[in-house]
Design a protein around this ligand. Structure first.
Ligand SMILES: [Zn+2]
Length: 154
């Protein structure tokens, strides 16, 4: 088991809110992709080691967690700030916007500062439902948006 994206894997106490959030995104004509729901300890440990440990150690952890192996360049990117996470209990969901490229294909605007508007729109929808949004957590990236824009938790 590697990355889990299923809504069904969420805590039943959180799932209805997550489903409502996705419905509101659709209502707002926002295209999205669910990137992660429930997360195992092995996956979190691999994320934690990324950028903090040598590539061999990171990839050994990723192999154990069932994740694809990283390059040196990828291992320079920090992807988590914590060893603890609401994902462990299925009380968090990572959702990213998909923007049209104009040729019928879509891309994820990972440059949060450059595409802050769409992340902010989604964040406001999440916040309006009482979700805790990672894009509101300090420090701000590029001075405009919090450190974990895809992340919503209860
Ligand atoms: Zn998350």
């Amino acid at each position: 088991m590697a990355i889990i994206r299923s809504i069904d894997a969420l805590d039943p106490a959180f799932r209805p809110q997550a489903v409502e959030f996705l419905r509101r995104l659709a209502d707002a004509d926002i295209q999205y992709r669910i990137d992660e729901t429930l997360r195992t300890r092995d996956v979190q440990e691999a994320y934690w080691l990324q950028s903090r440990a040598p590539l061999e150690e990171v990839n050994a952890a990723r192999e154990k967690a069932g994740l694809y192996l990283l390059t040196e360049a990828e291992n320079r990117v920090t992807v988590t700030w914590t060893r603890d996470s609401a994902h462990f209990t299925g009380r968090a969901i990572d959702v990213v916007p998909l923007l049209g490229r104009g040729d019928g294909r879509f891309f994820v605007p990972w440059d949060y500062a450059a595409y802050a508007g769409i992340w902010q729109r989604m964040g406001e929808i999440g916040l309006s439902l009482g979700l805790d949004w990672g894009g509101s957590w300090p420090p701000l990236i590029g001075g405009v948006i919090g450190k974990d824009p895809p992340h919503y938790q209860k």
